[in-house]
Design a protein around this ligand. Structure first.
Ligand code: F0G
Length: 482
């Protein structure tokens, strides 16, 4: 429920900020968008931003900064070693999470590289509530394997469960015992579980899961990249936590983990990352990897200006007025799409609205990357760039067969404080048009398929001339100008 309600109007999300600097947008006509999509190899990652009207690819590194974050950049302390900016950032993180040791890294996947390099040996099994693409890629690169033990209800797309990111506690204990604790270098819990629709994990589940790990002597790692959304959901959906402040909840969560890492492209609303380590000896055992891969220990590949900004961003992430913006816009979008009968992941989570493409395009097989195809279709029909989160984002099995994703999603990210309600309405409108014309959307196939993280750089083509037919139907309804 938004903080401010109306006298006559239904409740709608209310921005608790005002616009100070803007970036002009351009809407190319549909026919040109079709050409741009072809040039981009039917991969939305390969589009140029100038050709996009609403960029809903991600919230990573594209959240709007506040005036306080921007002004903090001016006092950044430039130093290769010993920058005061680093110590300020470290103190802020310690204040929030109660963990002193901090290894800076240039972004989230760099933290994942450091953690995997230090802890994962061939044959090891890393247990997670759900994987994230880059976290898994680093583990498998080192000969490890990932077990995903999110509760099975978490994968049901239409639901009213408040915490679909919860891990199955029985399965967790059974897996540790089956693998043997010595073969499980760590259990990684992801806040705001990205690939299943930004769905939160409850504080109670975190406490119970980490308790099991402690019992068996297994190290616990929190991926806090999407923690700000998860904190909002814990405060609003977990009755036992309602009367606690956001800071108290953050601290209660942090207290359960040996290591916390995050992408500051998400947590902190800037660009960077860090690994927080509770134990001094553990910290020293990873320390040497930072200068080798990232940069000196007091900047880790980040610009000090960004570090100053994110230090303010961490504080803002403890403010309900700030962290409620994303979930409330997403909830609005999800409810409106749901009312139109469009299959979306419910309840709305963090990060973005997620369309269930298995239901949206039941006739396009997942082997033809249906979520990737829908992402291309939405760019052609509206200039909106979303991100495929499905089979295309998976890696092939060792024998070369497709690994079919359990969830085939098109994600429409809501970078924080970026889009207005009228832009949100435009997105809902174009998705509805596309839903009413879904029989015109076909599949994709690879022209060039990279061996890892193929969704970033892969080149694809449509299996038929469906994009031309789709663009023609769109122009028939909206004219040649839009
Ligand atoms: N963990 C989670 C939960 C993430 O969502 C991401 C990135 C990372 C780790 C890696 O962080 O990008 O700074 O290297 N998610 C982005 C996204 C890419 O669009 O969802 P990074």
């Amino acid at each position: 429920m938004p903080k401010i309600t109306f006298y006559q109007h239904e409740p709608i999300p209310m921005e608790m900020h005002k616009v100070k600097i803007v970036q002009q947008l351009h809407l190319l006509p549909a026919q040109q968008r079709l050409e741009k999509m072809r040039e981009a190899g039917f991969n939305t990652f390969q589009l140029h931003n100038g050709d996009i009207f609403l960029d809903m690819l991600t919230d990573s590194g594209v959240n709007a900064m506040s005036d306080r974050m921007q002004s903090a950049m001016l006092v950044a302390d430039d130093a290769y070693a010993g920058s005061e900016t680093f110590f300020k950032m470290q103190r802020k993180l310690e204040e929030i999470f109660g963990i002193h040791y901090c290894l800076p890294a240039h972004q989230g996947r760099a933290c994942e590289n450091i953690l995997a390099t230090r802890f994962v040996k061939p044959g090891n099994c890393v247990i997670m509530n759900y994987h994230f693409t880059t976290a898994k890629a680093h583990i498998t690169r080192l000969g490890g394997r990932v077990e995903e033990l999110v509760k099975k209800e978490g994968l049901v797309s239409h639901s009213d469960l408040p915490f679909k990111g919860d891990i199955d506690l029985e399965a967790l204990e059974a897996c540790i015992l089956r693998e043997g604790p010595e073969n499980v270098p760590f259990v990684r819990l992801e806040a705001g579980t990205n690939l299943i629709g930004g769905q939160p994990i409850s504080c109670a589940n975190i406490e119970a899961a980490t308790e099991i790990c402690r019992k068996h002597g297994v190290m616990t790692v929190l991926d806090a990249s999407l923690l700000q959304d998860n904190l909002y959901f814990i405060k609003t959906r977990e009755p036992e936590m309602r009367d606690r402040t956001v800071r108290e909840i953050a601290r209660k969560i942090a207290d359960q983990f040996d290591i916390i890492y995050f992408s500051a492209r998400k947590f902190g609303f800037a660009r960077g990352g860090a690994i927080l380590v509770r134990d001094e000896a553990l910290f020293h055992s990873m320390e040497d990897l930072i200068p080798m891969f990232e940069g000196f220990l007091t900047y880790g590949g980040m610009s000090v200006k960004e570090m100053e900004a994110m230090t303010v961003g961490f504080d803002e992430s403890m403010d309900m007025d700030v962290i409620s913006q994303g979930p409330q816009f997403i909830d609005y979008c999800v409810r409106r799409l749901d009312e139109y009968g469009i299959p979306v992941i419910t309840p709305g989570g963090g990060l973005g609205a997620h369309i269930d493409v298995k239901e949206f395009l039941p006739d396009v097989p997942q082997e033809q990357y249906s979520a990737g195809a829908l992402a291309c279709a939405l760019y052609i029909c509206g200039g909106i760039r979303g991100m495929e989160r499905g089979t295309l984002s998976e890696e092939r099995e060792p024998d070369g067969t497709e690994r079919i994703a359990s969830m085939e999603l098109l994600r429409l990210a809501f970078p924080r404080r970026v889009f207005t309600l009228s832009q949100t309405e435009y997105v809902i409108d174009r998705v509805k048009w596309l839903y009413d014309h879904r029989n015109l959307v076909g599949g994709l196939r690879f022209v060039h398929e990279p061996a890892t993280l193929r969704f970033f750089t892969g080149v694809l083509e449509p299996v038929s001339d469906w994009p031309e037919k789709l663009a023609a139907a769109y122009r028939a309804d909206f004219g040649d100008e839009q």
